[in-house]
Ligand binder design. Sequence first.
Ligand code: URA
Length: 255
Amino acid sequence: MGHDSKLMTLTERQKACLDAMGIDVWLPKDAAPAEPQTVGWVEPLGMKGETHRHESPQHDPRRDDDVSSLDWDALQARVAECRLCDLHKTRTQTVFGVGNRDADWLIIGEAPGADEDRQGEPFVGRAGQLLNAMLQALGLARQDVYIANILKCRPPQNRDPKAEEVAHCMPWLQRQIQLIQPKVILALGRIAAQNLLQTNTSLGRLRGRLHYIDMTPTPVIVTYHPAYLLRSPLEKRKSWEDLLLAKKTLESAAS
Ligand code: URA
């Protein structure tokens, strides 16, 4: 096992964060991205009037206005009043997203849990604490990045999102991506990754490479969900590899 030279550039604080995550200071010899893979995005926004749109599972006939023209305030207001699926009946509030709206990093999780539903902010529970530690290990504070979910409302008993719920909710996230224009997107867990990339490919096979969604040049990198890492701490090491891939991708895009 070789130690990557980048490791030597980790600050003491980052090393301490890695330690707190339960990750040994170890890196694979070659964390170079595999061949880029293009995966279809649901559908670009702003295609109103095009007939194929009506065949798309993402098209919502009740939403005939153009979400792609909404600014942040209008978008947030629309999300707060959204009743497009039944999740509005059981939510305490919508969970729009939080962080730096000019962030290089966009972190996308699955859906709010009980804590998030109560507080109106994504990743504030135990999984959120681990996410904060993962970010810190990268030298990032929570407020440096933008954090959102595939769904803006909590599914009852934290069940998996239904396809119909994702279809209604995805345009909000698409607009957030358009507004932020992040340099890298980190998809946390299978549900986030598969819905974002419109694929049934397993998380294991999605890891370790760059994906692109049609509407944006932003590379998407997939890693384990922090809630899974809490249950399977041995996988934290692989997740760290994914984070380094994301960091390296961002750095090479900037140079
Ligand atoms: N899990 C998620 O996927 N998102 C949250 O906001 C909290 C837990």
